[in-house]
Design a protein around this ligand. Structure first.
Ligand code: AMP
Length: 212
């Protein structure tokens, strides 16, 4: 695929580092497509598609979904018209096989490595609550006005099946073993920027905006 005009930004970081929150803010300000393989997979599970059925048990276990399933989703998302101006990758790639597939398709402009100390991750992840339409809250840091109810849609909030204390360790281990090792290939291209992910979403967003 010819890659000349559109901007590609990758957000990389541990579970709970704020990738999704920051990607949404970037989408609003830049008008780029937000491509979250986690969101795409959750939508497939909810819709009961064949892919969703195959992915569900891996996701519930806090494990990675097999590369071939996720790569297919990414390839579909990246050619959609919404991504014509630019795209923000959130949660992809998570393995070197995925990074190989990505690099064969597109050229990235920036990789934002959002750093949050692992001791803060558990509280962030286990306190996260979502609405079905994708609004995200935190019971302590960003609570809804009415407990358990989405401010925007009135939907009941739920906890992701993989956002439990038991699954966080597994997900962090996977991040260290499988995902962090993709960073050096982008460092070699000089496009990686580290951003401190501790603080409010607005504070972190200001840091990201400053480096873009
Ligand atoms: P996330 O919303 O990014 O935290 O993703 C939620 C879950 O979806 C992960 O714990 C994995 O089970 C699965 N998942 C999302 N993105 C990927 C990916 N790029 N590769 C493999 N599994 C993924």
């Amino acid at each position: 695929m010819a890659e000349t005009t559109r901007t590609g930004i990758m957000l990389i970081g541990a579970p709970g580092s704020g990738k999704g929150t920051q990607a949404k803010k970037l989408k609003e300000t830049l008008g780029y497509a937000h491509i979250s393989t986690g969101d795409l997979l959750r939508a497939a599970v909810k819709a009961g598609t064949e892919l969703g059925k195959q992915a569900k048990s891996f996701m519930d276990a806090g494990a990675l979904v097999p590369d071939e399933l996720v790569i297919g989703l990414l390839k579909e998302a990246i050619v959609k018209p919404e991504a014509d101006k630019g795209f923000i990758l959130d949660g992809f790639p998570r393995t070197s096989v995925q990074a190989d597939a990505l690099d064969a398709e597109v050229t990235l402009d920036k990789v934002i490595n959002i750093k949050v100390p692992f001791e803060l991750i558990e509280e962030r992840v286990t306190g996260r609550r979502m609405s079905k339409s994708g609004h995200v809250y935190h019971v302590k840091y960003n609570p809804p006005k009415v407990e358990g109810v989405c401010d925007v849609t009135g939907e009941e909030l739920y906890q992701r099946s993989d956002d439990t204390a038991a699954k966080v360790k597994e997900r962090l281990d996977k991040f260290v073993a499988e995902t962090e090792p993709v960073i050096p290939r982008y460092q070699a291209k000089g496009i990686v920027v580290e951003v401190d992910g501790v603080g409010t979403p607005d504070e972190v967003f200001a840091r990201i905006s400053a480096v873009l």
